[in-house]
Design a protein around this ligand. Structure first.
Ligand code: ACO
Length: 209
């Protein structure tokens, strides 16, 4: 058993509703498939290139295998694959990956949100909750994220929760069919007196639900 898995995190309230995080589960197949297919245009420019077609990779039958392998990684303490619920409904995902302990105690974090609720603070609240879970129950020291410079909405989200820019990773990741530059941003626990959620509430971007 690893600290921080499985767990429910939140809630925080934003304009879109009450945001909570919970572990992914097998019965998310239908809603996951529908939202991933509906949001293709907004997701594809920012996500790693896949081998199969978008439709095949996001068919409802692709979920059980994906979900099981992510949950197996979570049990080994290497990942944290969570669903972002808004008012109890699946509205996106937030994933912590490459959790390394030893002298690093570090991981990356990434997310996506359904366009039907975008622009209403959901990703910002989910990221704050995710970071507090990483620095709290999981005991990590550093969390980083990478984002394409062109992804202005995601850069705004990263900035709202207090990520610091560390540099430009050139031709870092195969995204949307090409090697793409990514900005590296990071945060260490020393930079978070109190909690990230607390900071968000004090900045007027969320409230305790
Ligand atoms: N230029 C500048 N700012 C923008 C733009 C734009 N074109 N579009 C949106 N924004 C701002 C919004 O105004 C808002 O800031 P504000 O609260 O100060 O007004 C902010 O971006 C978005 O904040 P939220 O509402 O909390 O975010 P949302 O729930 O809409 O989710 C997300 C944002 C995750 C980027 C969503 O649009 C999405 O899923 N996009 C596709 C996938 C993706 O890009 N994922 C992130 C990859 S990078 C990573 O995971 C580290």
């Amino acid at each position: 058993v690893h600290p921080g898995w499985p767990a429910r995190v939140g809630p925080l309230r934003v304009r879109a509703g009450r945001v909570t995080l919970r572990p992914i589960r097998l019965r998310d197949a239908a809603v996951w498939s529908r939202l991933r297919i509906e949001n293709r245009e907004d997701l594809e420019p920012w996500e790693p290139t896949g081998q199969a077609s978008w439709a095949d990779r996001h068919h409802v039958t692709a979920w059980p295998g994906l979900c099981s392998s992510l949950r197996a990684e979570a049990r080994r303490g290497r990942m944290l694959p969570m669903v972002i619920d808004v008012d109890g409904s699946f509205r996106g995902q937030i994933t912590v990956g490459n959790i390394v302990r030893g002298a690093l105690f570090s991981a990356w974090i990434g997310y996506w949100v359904d366009k039907s609720v975008s622009g209403h603070g959901v990703a910002t609240a989910a990221l704050a909750l995710g970071l507090d879970h990483c620095f709290g129950p999981m005991g990590l020291h550093r969390v980083e994220a990478t984002v394409r410079p062109e992804n202005l909405a995601s850069r705004a989200v990263l900035q709202h929760v207090g990520f610091r820019e560390e540099g430009l990773l050139r031709r870092y990741l195969d995204v949307d069919g090409q090697w793409r530059d990514h900005l590296l941003v990071a945060m260490t626990v020393e930079e978070v007196p109190g909690s990230v959620s607390d900071r968000l509430v004090r900045a007027g971007r969320a409230s305790w639900a």
